[in-house]
Ligand binder design. Structure first.
Ligand code: TYD
Ligand code: MG
Length: 460
């Protein structure tokens, strides 16, 4: 059989095909296929890594596998360490994706600085995007760098690996994988084949030498890392850096992590002196909250294992057109519509004659049904011009019959609210007696079974 000399790849998702296709079967994007030459000797995706196999080529029993804890380096950001599962694992390859200008280069420069500050670790920051001068200007904005941190402006992967083998850093940053190219194939940088092969070379380097490598990746317009999907399969962890347009708040979360959970988030704030971690997001999200104004309600959502207090703002105004307007910023639009219908049917308020707007302050997105009751109360509060007490926290899922349903981590949510000085807690009645201890601490506990009960309590 004749050997195929080239293949077609989708630029967006990396879908591979032997012929050109108009629409990608993988991501359904039109006109995204490009032809790329196949190199003669494909580096097998399953090529063994010397470092990983430890020279053992025979199968072993589970108890024979060495269980010593992985070596972890602390990044100097407790928030980031938590997302990584307790620091950077030696020999791991981590992909960091995010929109342009969100702060990917900044955060990894700060991590490299923190790691080398103690004097016992060294780092290499390779940029294919910026000149050394630009990097220096950025570094000057952040702080002075004293440790063994070296910079390199280079895009040739073979050369980078050669230099890294010479300097033996503990930590390497590759800014960005899309600008890198390997000599082993002839396509242009940023192409699917180049990204895949460059990442494969970095993976081999990191596993063989035990060096931790962080790779920055650009994202496509739908928010995934650009390039082949296999990139995400190759690396040990995929992190995303997100932020609201114009806002200074940045959220880092793990989408895949072989060494920890993917439920954790890290919150950062972009300042004029680089990124600062926000170890207490609740306080930050609630700062500047209007007090004693109708429509503003504080709820407690869970971000991973951590409770976070969030302000929900609702606005209901009589509609001037036949069809009411509904806008939701930060909460699911369909869910808000559903809640409006429930209010209309179960409480009898004429929501269909009102325009309704929901806004979650701070650029946070809530996806949990546990915020339902707070959304309902903020809309009713606005419609009736009835302020909710400023020291009241509201959470619970709302069902179609208007019932308030139990949510997970009720105890953690209450504790966070009490810690931040909230005295009234409106929460699902299910197993409410479990939380009676809070009453002894002077907290008013209001377990509710349905939204009507919640309204009655709040109108008192
Ligand atoms: P950058 O890390 O270059 O983003 P990315 O690598 O994700 O594209 O961050 C660039 C943005 O951050 C830029 O708009 C300026 C801003 N910034 C600050 O506000 N303060 C700072 O100290 C630094 C270094 C950048
Ligand atoms: Mg950058």
């Amino acid at each position: 059989m004749a050997k195929m000399q080239s293949r077609f790849f989708c630029k967006e998702c990396g879908y591979e095909s032997s012929k050109w296709l108009g629409q990608c079967p993988g991501c359904h994007i039109w006109n995204s296929f490009v032809e790329e030459p196949l190199k003669n000797k494909t580096v097998s995706k399953t090529a063994p890594f010397k470092g990983q196999s430890n020279g053992i080529t025979k199968p072993v029993r589970i108890e024979e596998i060495d269980l010593t804890e992985e070596d972890r380096m602390l990044t100097g950001f407790q928030e980031l360490d938590r997302v990584l599962g307790g620091g950077i694992v030696a020999g791991s390859l981590v992909l960091l994706g995010g929109d342009p200008g969100i702060g990917k280069s900044t955060i990894l420069l700060e991590v490299a600085r923190n790691l080398t500050e103690g004097g016992d670790k060294s780092a290499l920051y390779v940029s294919g995007e910026e000149s050394l001068k630009q990097i220096r200007i950025r570094a000057q904005r952040i702080t002075e760098i004293h440790g063994d941190l070296r910079f390199l402006s280079e895009t040739n992967i073979e050369r980078i690996i050669e230099i890294a083998q010479e300097y033996k850093p503990d930590f390497v940053v590759i800014d960005s994988i899309q600008t890198m190219f390997t000599e082993s194939i002839s396509s242009t940088p940023g192409s699917v084949g180049q990204i895949r092969e460059s990442a494969a070379a970095l993976l081999r380097f990191s596993k063989e030498t035990g060096t931790s490598v962080f790779v920055i990746g650009h994202v496509t317009k739908d928010g995934n890392v650009a390039g082949p999907k296999i990139l995400e399969h190759m690396v040990d962890a995929v992190l995303y850096f997100q932020g609201e347009n114009g806002g200074s708040l940045r959220i880092l979360y793990g989408q895949k992590n072989r060494f920890g959970s993917t439920n954790e988030i890290a919150v950062f704030e972009m300042t004029d002196k680089g990124l600062k971690e926000v170890s207490n997001p609740s306080e930050m999200l609630l700062s500047g909250r209007p007090l004693g104004v109708s429509g503003s309600v504080v709820t407690c959502g869970m971000e991973g294992t951590r409770p976070v207090l969030i302000e929900i703002q609702g606005l209901a105004v009589p509609t001037s057109f036949g069809l009411p307007r509904r806008t939701s910023n930060g909460a699911d639009y369909n869910r808000v519509n559903l809640l409006l219908a429930i209010i209309e049917r179960r409480i009898g308020l004429p929501m269909s004659k009102y325009d309704a707007y929901i806004n979650i302050a701070g650029g946070i997105r809530v996806t949990e049904p546990a915020t339902d009751l707070a959304i309902v109360m903020s809309l009713i509060s606005s419609l009736r011009d009835m302020p909710i007490p400023a020291d009241c926290i509201i959470f619970g899922e709302v069902g179609l019959t208007g019932e308030v349903r139990a949510v997970s981590n009720t105890d953690k949510r209450i504790e966070e609210a009490v810690r931040l000085g909230f005295h009234k807690i409106l929460f699902p009645a299910w197993h409410a007696e479990k939380y009676s201890e809070f009453k002894n601490k002077g907290i008013d506990m209001f377990p509710v079974k349905n939204i009507r009960e919640a309204l009655t309590i709040m109108s008192k």
